[in-house]
Write a protein that binds this ligand. Structure first.
Ligand code: HEC
Length: 157
């Protein structure tokens, strides 16, 4: 007799956990909405978090910035970043200007701690590299010079 009571009791406990209604289908994105979101993510890569909202890139690239960017790279970045796609401490820089928005790159350079704390893309890198990029105390103008140097490294003329 006791066993039967326990049996019914447990059924009622389990069914209490089950959702009483099926979830409303409208809460999920339709395949069409998913496609649009994906297209936006590709054509409009995230700008990241920080003071840099809009960067204008010039063609041809600005040679004086490239020269300054190279000097900064050698002094402050080359210990952890190669110019190929090889990862040492941080990811290699080859191709970085093709896969990231210029604003994202500059925010990563000038607002590193917040980016690592809150930006999903930066967090993915952190998971991969297992080491936090230190705050390099970079001025926005310096970051812009490094960005130009990265464009040059990616074959931009
Ligand atoms: C002590 C090592 C170290 C130094 C020095 C360093 N970084 Fe990093 N950097 C990293 C790591 C590690 C990551 C990946 C994110 C993480 O794990 O924090 C990274 C990520 C980046 C990224 C994103 C790369 C990508 O593929 O999207 C950029 C851009 C970057 N660093 C720029 C710089 C610049 C510019 C300097 C020099 C001013 C610099 N870093 C100096 C370690 C370093």
């Amino acid at each position: 007799m006791n066993k039967i009571i326990v049996f019914f009791f447990s059924i009622s406990v389990f069914s209490a956990c089950a959702p009483d209604k099926p979830k409303n289908a409208e809460e999920f994105p339709t395949p069409e909405q998913q496609k649009t979101a994906l297209k936006e993510a590709i054509t409009n890569p995230t700008k990241g978090l920080g003071a840099v909202k809009n960067v204008t890139l010039h063609h041809p690239i600005e040679q004086d910035r490239v020269t300054r960017g190279l000097a900064i790279y050698e002094m402050k970045c080359s210990a952890c970043h190669k110019l190929t796609d090889q990862r040492i401490v941080g990811p290699g820089w080859q191709g970085v200007t093709k896969k990231r928005a210029p604003e994202w790159i500059m925010n990563m350079i000038t607002n590193t701690d917040v980016m690592l704390e809150k930006d999903p893309e930066a967090q993915k890198l952190l998971e991969l590299c297992l080491m936090r990029m230190p705050n390099q105390n970079m001025a926005i103008g310096d970051a812009r010079d490094v960005l130009e140097f990265m464009r040059k490294n990616d074959g931009e003329k």
